[in-house]
Design a protein around this ligand. Structure first.
Ligand code: NAP
Length: 260
């Protein structure tokens, strides 16, 4: 199937690591151009850009998206380099474990880390998305639906991303801009690895305990499986899909618990 994204231009936040890296690679392999907007500087981003940039189709903009000016810079520089924006994948974020005991200052910082740049990028990109009838993909989390405990900030931000997915899909109907969300559950990424290694005395047994509860094939979702859904949602093969929450999780959230 030709996804028809050849030469289209997509911004992927956090696009050089984990799920974002998977999405960057999937867009590139379908012939699209990718701007990686990330704070991860050094080899992790440089190596990926030099691997994918042989035909000028990958560009990185380094900086912290918590800074609104950086979000504006990402949009301006993307248009300077490639002349158009056909879609945004809002992906950068982390489960920072700010719970009820941690207090208002940390709670607000957690929302800042995980939510505001989703809005800021789409705000600044709007004129360009209107021109291209672009597509927006918000990477949320199962935590928005299930809760997790001890992570109020992340849960609130991920829930707000789902609300904004519906709100923007309504507001942007007149421009044929589609907005959808993907909710991963358990995907092995650098962040997930760090969480396992730093949170448990025996990370291997914790990992085994988690995968045993994933109904489909008792394994984690791969970043390539998340990326396949993302490129479908970016492409015009999903031209009548908007305001949807795609739960790519091997049945983890919804299937009968007695199955595992
Ligand atoms: P990851 O491995 O840490 O990759 C995220 C990338 O985004 C990193 O390069 C990170 O930079 C960057 N980033 C984070 N905050 C940023 C900011 N403010 N400005 C610029 N760059 C920023 O994480 P991941 O596991 O792939 O997660 C990606 C998304 O999926 C997140 O929104 C996460 O909540 C969601 N998710 C993941 C899972 C999972 O199982 N992995 C499950 C549900 C939802 P640094 O390395 O410098 O932090």
């Amino acid at each position: 199937m030709d996804l028809n994204i050849s030469n289209k231009v997509y911004i992927v936040t956090g696009g050089s690591k984990g799920i974002g890296e998977g999405i960057t690679r999937a867009i590139h392999s379908e012939g699209g151009k990718v701007v990686i907007a990330t704070r991860s500087d050094g080899p992790v981003t440089e190596n990926l850009v030099s691997e994918l940039n042989s035909n000028g189709s990958c560009h990185a903009i380094i900086g912290d998206l918590q800074d609104t000016d950086q979000c504006k810079r990402v949009i301006d520089e993307t248009v300077e380099v490639y002349g158009q924006i056909d879609g945004i994948v809002n992906n950068a974020g982390m489960n920072d474990g700010v719970g009820l005991e941690d207090g208002p200052v940390k709670f607000r910082a957690s929302i800042h880390l995980n939510l505001f740049h989703y809005y800021d990028l789409v705000h600044y990109a709007l004129p360009h998305l209107k021109k291209s009838k672009g597509s927006i993909v918000n990477i949320s989390s199962k935590v928005a639906l299930t809760g997790q405990g001890k992570t109020s900030g992340y849960a609130a931000a991920k829930g707000a991303q789902l609300a904004l997915t519906r709100e923007w899909s309504a507001e942007l109907l007149p421009y044929s801009i589609r907005v959808n969300a993907i909710l991963p559950a358990e995907v092995m990424t650098p962040l997930y690895r760090k969480w396992l290694d730093h949170s448990f005395d025996n990370p291997d047994s914790k990992e085994a305990e988690i995968v045993a509860k994933i109904p489909l094939e008792n394994r984690m979702t791969t970043k390539e499986e998340i990326a396949a859904m993302a490129v479908f949602l970016l492409s015009d093969k999903s031209s009548h899909t908007t305001g949807q929450f795609m739960i790519v999780d091997g049945g983890y959230v919804h299937l009968d618990r007695s199955l595992t």
